[in-house]
Design a protein around this ligand. Structure first.
Ligand code: ATP
Ligand code: MG
Length: 411
């Protein structure tokens, strides 16, 4: 894409109304636009990043047999009244129509996915089934100061699985946990898994996926010698305690952000909607339900918090809006701009994702903006490139520069 045609522009100054680093940088760089506290629109560059994150988790869910659907986000209040959520869920946005009818905005989708599944599943032969979607969630959060990490409207991948037996659920629970860990690694982060109470949903154990960052809102303790990790809010353990899992070290305290959460929901929702299937003996049973949330927009915010530096955003390759930022130092159709134009069209033809700064601006201004946008590799086309045929390629994260020929760049 030619930057001269990109309708968004980077700003020189950070927005005055943002306190979090992720929102300051993302707004400044033109990735997102703030509509009000906790509500953001995703602009071309931001949407490219979000779509890559969504595709990482989409592929991970498809690989373990998840079937993608798109559920309604405007929900009938009857479904929420059937489960008790209408009164019990404090973050639920409730709407009243001019016809007096009431609705809820989806904050999670058990109330929708359970009746849908009940309509199609009648026998144990049709179980297990795992259904997921990627989309918007709405929550009436009290505080929204963490930029895109805590929205009142935000992105989530939520999957729901239905099982014949508890054992079958446990089997799948473990598969999803592993798939999540791989997905976070793919997105450029390391997540730790905590054991936590099921919160509003159930008394059973749930697992939270935590990424260490001071920008998070959770306090955890973790062991450096093994994978043990616990949320202070629910754990009996505290900083300094000997690890209850490996006994090798003392627990360390850290701030973390919850980027995912998986739950054992038991039979609560099938019971509320009278969802039964015939088991092997022909008896009616309620399925066991699992629920798996993955915060797509929060994850994007956490990546910014963890990887950006004083110059701006730094994207890991897997979620970067473009692989290369091609910066031309040419002017008005001179030799240098012709060389940059030619390299740009070759890269596009080769299927490389490239943002091309073809604007007639000072080099310093272009480099500063390129650093702010955070594309992993910058190719500089200046006079030297025209004479030698070698291009300077600078790594955004490390600043390391190498010279590469056109052939190497085109792979
Ligand atoms: P939190 O404790 O941070 O409020 P939660 O436990 O209420 O989150 P879940 O219901 O478990 O959230 O939702 C699944 C995932 O969705 C979370 O792990 C998180 O990554 C993401 N998420 C939840 N609430 C928000 C929000 N307000 N803004 C952005 N992402 C969110
Ligand atoms: Mg949670």
């Amino acid at each position: 894409m030619r930057q001269s045609q990109l309708f968004t522009k980077a700003r020189r100054e950070a927005p005055a109304d943002e306190v979090s680093k992720n929102a300051q940088l993302l707004v400044r760089a033109g990735y997102v636009h703030k509509e009000m506290a906790g509500v953001y629109s995703y602009l071309p560059l931001g949407l490219r990043v979000l779509t890559k994150i969504e595709n990482i988790i989409r592929n991970a869910m498809d690989a373990i047999g998840g079937q993608e659907i798109r559920m309604a986000t405007l929900h009938p209040s009857e479904n929420w009244k059937a489960t008790g959520g209408w009164d019990a869920v404090d973050v639920l946005f409730k709407l009243q129509s001019r016809t007096e009818k009431e609705y809820a905005l989806g904050q999670s989708e058990e109330e929708i996915v359970t009746p849908i599944t009940a309509e199609f599943v009648q026998s144990y032969k049709e179980l297990p089934v795992a259904i997921y979607q990627i989309g918007q969630k709405y929550r009436d959060e009290l505080r929204a100061k963490s930029g895109i990490m805590r929205g009142r409207e935000f992105g989530m991948k939520d999957m729901y699985s239905f099982h014949e037996t508890q054992e079958d659920f446990e089997r799948f629970y473990e598969i999803v946990k592993q798939a999540y860990l791989t997905a976070y690694t793919e997105a450029g982060l390391t997540a730790k898994v905590t054991e936590a109470s099921g919160g509003a949903f159930s008394e059973k154990l749930s697992y939270e996926f935590m990424v260490l960052t001071d920008a998070g809102e959770d306090d955890i303790v973790y062991c450096e010698h093994c994978t043990h990790c616990a949320n202070i809010e629910v754990a009996k353990e505290k900083e300094g305690d000997v690890c209850s899992k490996c006994s090798k070290g003392n627990l360390k305290a850290a701030r973390a952000s919850e980027v995912g959460n998986v739950f054992d929901l038991g039979q609560k929702y099938p019971k509320a909607f009278s969802f039964t299937f015939k088991d092997k003996e022909g008896k009616d049973q309620h399925p066991i339900v699992g629920c798996y949330g993955f915060g797509t927009t929060r994850l994007m915010g956490v990546i910014v918090e963890k990887l950006s530096d004083e110059k701006g955003l730094v994207w890991p390759e897997a979620v970067a809006p473009f692989a290369y930022h091609l910066v031309s130092l040419g002017h008005d159709g001179d030799e240098v701009s012709k060389a940059a134009d030619a390299l740009y069209s070759d890269l596009v033809k080769a299927g490389v994702e490239v943002l091309y700064d073809d604007r007639d601006l000072r080099a310093g201004e272009k480099f500063a903006e390129s650093d702010l946008l955070g594309v992993p590799k910058r190719i500089v086309v200046g006079k030297e490139a025209v004479t030698t045929g070698e291009f300077e390629v600078v790594d955004r994260a490390t600043g390391v520069m190498v010279k590469q020929s056109r052939e190497t760049l085109l792979g």
